[in-house]
Ligand binder design. Structure first.
Ligand code: SF4
Length: 200
């Protein structure tokens, strides 16, 4: 269990690095997500590895919420990430309920780099940003060689390298959280660890 906690701290450190790299590019180019937009989160196919969900899973365990969250995942019948808090019926508006612990892909939403057919940098920008910030989008495309966008695949790889067994495969985000919670609960059982909020 101690090893899992150390691993989670390493994942959090990479998350901070990703935050600064990707948000930095978005700020620099003006290609920021529109405040309150829920388009990316209103989708159960957002992918993450169990490793990326480990900080959240440990936090839920420490707060005595791991089993309840597994039950919520079993009973969940929605069509989005379970942590998406809707502010509109259609889910087009909303916010993240676990913002500080969100996985790596969520830190790259909006505008990021992908590899073109021949490995060249390409800019991937969501439709809303393209529509709302056409001038910034055009400028970022013009500056692609001088200021290439950080690539999503490199960001994901930085996390994956921390632990290939937990990080090698991506799953839909709710399944990735389930796998991380099951791992934490299994190891807690072997090590007789109880949630910190239940320690006398
Ligand atoms: S973890 Fe947060 S940012 Fe990521 S999909 Fe879920 S609600 Fe959205």
């Amino acid at each position: 269990m101690q090893r899992l906690r150390e691993l989670a701290r390493l994942v959090e450190a990479v998350f901070e690095e990703l935050e600064s790299t990707f948000a930095g590019y978005q700020r620099r180019t003006g290609l920021n997500c529109t405040s309150g937009c829920g388009a990316c989160c209103n989708n159960p196919e957002v992918e993450a590895s169990p490793l990326e969900m480990l900080p959240l899973a440990l936090d839920l365990f420490d707060r005595g919420l791991a089993e309840n969250t597994l039950t919520s995942l079993d009973n969940y019948s929605g069509f989005s990430c379970i942590h998406f808090v809707r502010h509109s019926l259609d889910g087009s508006r909303g916010e993240c309920g676990i913002y500080r612990q969100r996985p790596s892909l969520c830190r790259m939403f909006g505008a990021a780099g992908v590899s073109g057919k021949f490995g060249q940098p390409r800019l991937s920008v969501c439709r809303s940003i393209k529509e709302e910030q056409p001038a910034a989008h055009l400028l970022a495309l013009t500056n692609l060689d001088d200021d290439p966008p950080p690539r999503m695949s490199e960001g994901k790889e930085k996390v994956r390298q921390l632990d290939h067994s937990l990080g090698q495969r991506d799953f839909p985000i709710n399944e990735a959280l389930r796998a991380a919670l099951e791992k934490v609960l299994l190891l807690a059982c072997y090590s007789n660890e109880v949630p910190s909020d239940q320690v006398a």
